[in-house]
Design a binder for this molecule. Sequence first.
Ligand SMILES: *[C@@H]1O[C@H](CO)[C@@H](O)[C@H](O)[C@H]1NC(C)=O
Ligand SMILES: *[C@@H]1O[C@H](CO)[C@@H](O)[C@H](O)[C@H]1NC(C)=O
Ligand SMILES: *[C@@H]1O[C@H](CO)[C@@H](O)[C@H](O)[C@H]1NC(C)=O
Length: 308
Amino acid sequence: MRVQFKMLIALLAVTTIGVFLTASYSGWIELKMPSSCRCEKCFSEEDVFLNQHLNRSIEPFLSATTKLTEDEYNWWRHLQRNRHNFNYFKATLDKLFKIISPTPVLEKSKTEGCRTCAVVGNSVNLKGSRYGPLIDFQDIVIRINQGPTKGFEEDVGSRTTHRVMYPESGSVLDNSTHLVMFIFKIRDLEWLLGSFLTGTSGKPVNPRANKDLVMVLNPAFMKYVHQKWLGKKGKYPSTGFMTLISALHICDEVHAFGFGADSNGSWSHYWQPMKSKKFKTGNHPGKQEYAAIDKLANENTIYFYKGN
Ligand SMILES: *[C@@H]1O[C@H](CO)[C@@H](O)[C@H](O)[C@H]1NC(C)=O
Ligand SMILES: *[C@@H]1O[C@H](CO)[C@@H](O)[C@H](O)[C@H]1NC(C)=O
Ligand SMILES: *[C@@H]1O[C@H](CO)[C@@H](O)[C@H](O)[C@H]1NC(C)=O
């Protein structure tokens, strides 16, 4: 009995020292993954590229208490034509957070401490891949813009827990799907707010999703992905890339599908007829993005499925 008690004290002491030591290396603890990860393979110090780029202190999604700086706001403001000032932006956000959940909500995972996520891009390489069951198996299934499931279930699955959208994509989500709003201009926020405003009937006029499941990408997160992950290449990162990096922040295990070209070099979407092989990424630094994804895949930080 006494021996056991002594051992317990000793253990407690070691733990305390451990906590103390970790806390004193503050630069390092920021980059460390949450120790709560219980997956078979968790992110670790071996994920060199990840640790060089990931900064856990940047929140991917806004909450009512997020402290955005004016610098961050100004970086974001110049992505597209935005005339409104910082105060107007903050006031609009305040109104929005009176309606939507003040903090982004994430469901519990099937396995405690191991939240697995499928990030499903829209590449034609999904065609004939039969990844459907593997995608549906993950706790969180994130799809991007229009990316349909109906008629493509075998290859892309049928569950959607999160859908990344901007107003132009125009879809209406079912009651259990998170709307993940990527905002590029104030009008996007106004659009979101407007869709939840109640008319004379007391019901939202034009709801696009369950208001309790709305998440809004943090402009500071966009800036961080652009600067830290892409070395400021291009004007701003693509939606797909930002989605993937946000998954590294909110998931313990990331499975990426539908990124890149197919084996013939086509960059079409999986639901569209083949387009030319010419690849244009517009504002987005496609090359850097695929190099980064390749690095994450090669170091086995993410599970990367190349499809056909
Ligand atoms: C992480 O981000 C925070 C907030 O922007 C910043 O203060 C900190 O220096 C960053 N850490 C690293 C290692 O870049
Ligand atoms: C949608 O879900 C919310 C709870 O998040 C519930 O209050 C509401 O009644 C649901 N609406 C429909 C149409 O099922
Ligand atoms: C690549 O092109 C060849 C010839 O057009 C075609 O037979 C094949 O199915 C294509 N592969 C994919 C993955 O689309």
